[in-house]
Design a protein around this ligand. Structure first.
Ligand SMILES: CC[C@@H](C(=O)O)C(=O)SCCNC(=O)CCNC(=O)[C@H](O)C(C)(C)COP(=O)(O)OP(=O)(O)OC[C@H]1O[C@@H](n2cnc3c(N)ncnc32)[C@H](O)[C@@H]1OP(=O)(O)O
Length: 287
């Protein structure tokens, strides 16, 4: 039996029970509307996903959650994709879940249903076969901070802030940001960030290993700069970038035996592909 690639492992989502739950979530989320999640796909294979709810500092409403699902569907189908920039509109990132929607979801069943959905979204984001980068301009708070852990890389502009402020609102991370933070900065550092609800400016975040770079201090050019930064990792055919990301996703999430098997399978498929043969021929010519 073939081992499934990590990005394909969402199959149980479509079980009857989950479909039932999803329908319940849809109905409920539609009641908390506002904002949008916008996607623009570039010809160079880099897409930009924008959280757009500036009146509430890009807080995530129910309908934005549903739109994010739709955008992920679109991205999963994008065979020419190589990179993704996740950002917020109006020079801020995201102030977390819309607090208006939380006040009416107070039972543990509500909470469990909510994080089952949000974890599924962040897992799909992390498993996209493209290289993703979160561009943090302004504030990334609560669920906004968790969202950036579901990207492969993180960039900040000067004056920005990341804060896992969950303690202050009486909760723990639930979007998968706790577990992913440990993978990014380690257990000790994560415990400090969460239990201290530490406000991380770009320098602190870089020193902690939470982000990968600080962009120059020109807010208007931040997206362009992030695009330029990401291009250094996406300058190859989509088949190769997607193959690389799948190998990394397998290594991140599976046992070594399963990950090696996936690596072999991807290698085997690519070995004789036209893209691979052409790149190899060029490398031989250059030698
Ligand atoms: C389960 C919840 C958890 C999760 O899903 O894991 C979370 O994410 S909890 C949410 C955590 N976020 C917060 O607690 C942030 C709350 N907001 C703030 O602290 C501040 O608004 C700010 C983000 C620091 C910005 O401050 P400032 O620049 O002074 O602007 P305002 O405070 O005037 O905000 C403008 C406008 O935006 C509304 N707003 C901001 N954040 C949210 C939010 N998360 N939900 C709903 N609305 C939000 C704020 O109320 C203002 O609206 P108006 O008063 O109508 O102008």
């Amino acid at each position: 039996m073939k081992t499934k690639l990590p990005h394909q492992c969402t199959a149980p989502i479509h079980s009857a029970i989950q479909r039932f739950q999803e329908n319940g979530i849809k109905e409920r989320y539609q009641r908390y509307s506002g904002g949008s999640v916008d996607l623009s796909k570039g010809e160079d294979g880099i897409a930009v996903l924008t959280l757009n709810n500036p009146a509430r500092m890009n807080a995530l409403t129910g309908t934005m959650g549903l739109e994010l699902d739709d955008r992920l569907n679109e991205l999963e189908e994008w065979t020419a994709g190589k990179g993704l920039i996740v950002r917020g509109a109006n020079n801020t990132f995201c102030s977390g879940t819309d607090l208006n929607s939380i006040t009416v979801m107070r039972s543990s069943e509500d909470g469990l249903e909510f994080v089952t959905h949000t974890q599924r979204m962040t897992t799909r984001l992390k498993r996209l076969p493209f290289i993703s980068v979160a561009l943090v301009q302004g504030k990334a708070l609560g669920a906004g901070a968790e969202l950036i852990t579901a990207c492969d890389f993180r960039l900040m502009t000067p004056g920005s802030e990341i804060c896992f402020l969950h303690k202050q609102v009486g909760i723990v991370p639930g979007w998968g940001g706790g577990a992913r933070l440990v993978q990014i900065v380690g257990g000790q550092q994560s415990l400090k960030l969460l239990s201290g609800a530490l406000r991380m400016d770009p320098v602190k975040a870089l020193n902690a290993g939470l982000i990968d770079d600080i962009l120059p201090p020109d807010e208007d050019r931040a997206l362009e700069e992030a695009h330029h930064w990401l291009s250094q990792y996406t300058n190859a055919p989509a088949e190769i970038i997607q193959g690389l990301k799948k190998v990394i996703s397998a290594g991140r999430e599976l046992s070594i035996e399963e990950a090696l098997k996936i690596e072999r399978n991807i290698f085997g498929t690519m070995w004789s592909s036209p893209v691979s043969l052409q790149a190899l021929a060029q490398a031989i010519k250059r030698k």
